[in-house]
Design a protein around this ligand. Structure first.
Ligand code: MG
Length: 159
């Protein structure tokens, strides 16, 4: 059967941190704050993968109380989740993700994000969609207090 999974993540923007999205460091004066590199896009994709197999959320698998995950690249966390899904007999079909960000402009970086994610996910880049959406100044993302990401995945599983 084919199972779908949905993932959502949100992190605050602060000065003095790199802005890492989909494993790509995007030039920016502010970056996302969090225990790991706070890559909202990779986190949303990982949450979606876990969701497809009803395996809980990222916090359950990588608690922020565990010093092993401090400052870690979220692509590594995503890689762990991919292994978990494979271990359960799951085969990822595709990913569709959207990053919600007021600034900087992400469009020039989206192909590289899709490439990095596809490498970790082990599927062709043609099956990884990464989009960016501006909130047009509205809400906490519009005020540049944070960035959010959403992702859906399809996973084939033999039952
Ligand atoms: Mg997160």
């Amino acid at each position: 059967m084919t199972r779908s999974g949905f993932g959502f993540d949100l992190h605050p923007l602060v000065a003095g941190r790199p802005l890492v999205l989909g494993g790509v460091t995007v030039p920016s004066e502010v970056g996302l704050d969090g225990h790991s590199d706070a890559d909202v896009l990779s986190h949303a994709v990982a949450e979606a993968l876990l969701g497809a197999l009803a395996l809980g959320d990222l916090g359950r698998h990588f608690p922020d109380t565990d010093p092993r995950w401090r400052g870690i690249s979220s692509l590594l966390l995503l890689g762990h989740v991919v292994e978990l899904v494979r271990g359960r007999g799951g085969s990822l079909v595709n990913v569709d993700a959207t990053v919600l960000a007021q600034a900087p402009r992400l469009a020039p970086h989206l192909p590289e994000m899709a490439k990095r994610l596809s490498d970790v996910l082990g599927i062709p880049v043609e099956r990884v969609s990464v989009k960016a959406k501006s909130p047009e100044g509205l809400g906490l993302v519009g005020r540049r207090e944070g960035m959010a990401a959403m992702a859906v995945v399809s996973v084939e599983v033999r039952e």
